[in-house]
Design a protein around this ligand. Structure first.
Ligand code: HEC
Length: 136
């Protein structure tokens, strides 16, 4: 191979790695568009059960660990601390849906699959992540 084409190859590989690095830093681990969320060292038993229910019913829009997606806001946010959005707000959201008022994601439809008990466990899960991120 000629010296000039070697240099071109090196530039091409370098650029490729550069693009890969940018993509890696822009998308959080696990993909998606959510924020960086700290997890507690360990979850309570209720929160562990809540995690599975969250993943089945809420993750599509609210993201892994509630980090958010382009379909819904992160729940690990000051707006959703217990004083601003009580547990009641979570029960209401799951049962009746939410009319868009804080963000521009659109409305949240009611979540038919989740019972009140399910939502109770989901709340435990979200609250424990919130605490680990200084939101309480
Ligand atoms: C189809 C997408 C979608 C799903 C599924 C979804 N949400 Fe939401 N949720 C949203 C959007 C969008 C908003 C923001 C509305 C706004 O602008 O305030 C929201 C807002 C909320 C709020 C704030 C309510 C308020 O009073 O402001 C809570 C709490 C919530 N969601 C909990 C949940 C829980 C718990 C689940 C699963 C049981 C869930 N969501 C499933 C899209 C979704």
């Amino acid at each position: 191979m000629k010296r000039s084409s070697l240099i071109l190859l090196a530039i091409a590989v370098g650029a490729g790695l550069g693009i890969a690095a940018v993509r890696w830093t822009q998308s959080p681990p696990g993909g998606g568009t959510g924020i960086a969320v700290k997890l507690p060292d360990r979850f309570s038993q209720s929160a562990t059960a809540g995690r599975d229910l969250f993943d089945a019913n809420c993750k599509l829009c609210h993201g892994s660990n509630g980090a958010g997606t382009d379909q819904g806001p992160t729940l690990i946010h000051k707006v959703y601390e217990p004083n601003h959005h009580t547990d009641q707000a979570f029960y209401r959201a799951a049962q009746l849906g939410v009319r868009a008022h804080h963000w521009r994601f659109g409305n949240m439809p009611p979540v038919a699959g989740a019972t009140r008990d399910d939502v109770g466990l989901i709340i435990r899960y979200v609250r424990e992540i919130q605490r680990a991120n200084g939101i309480y």
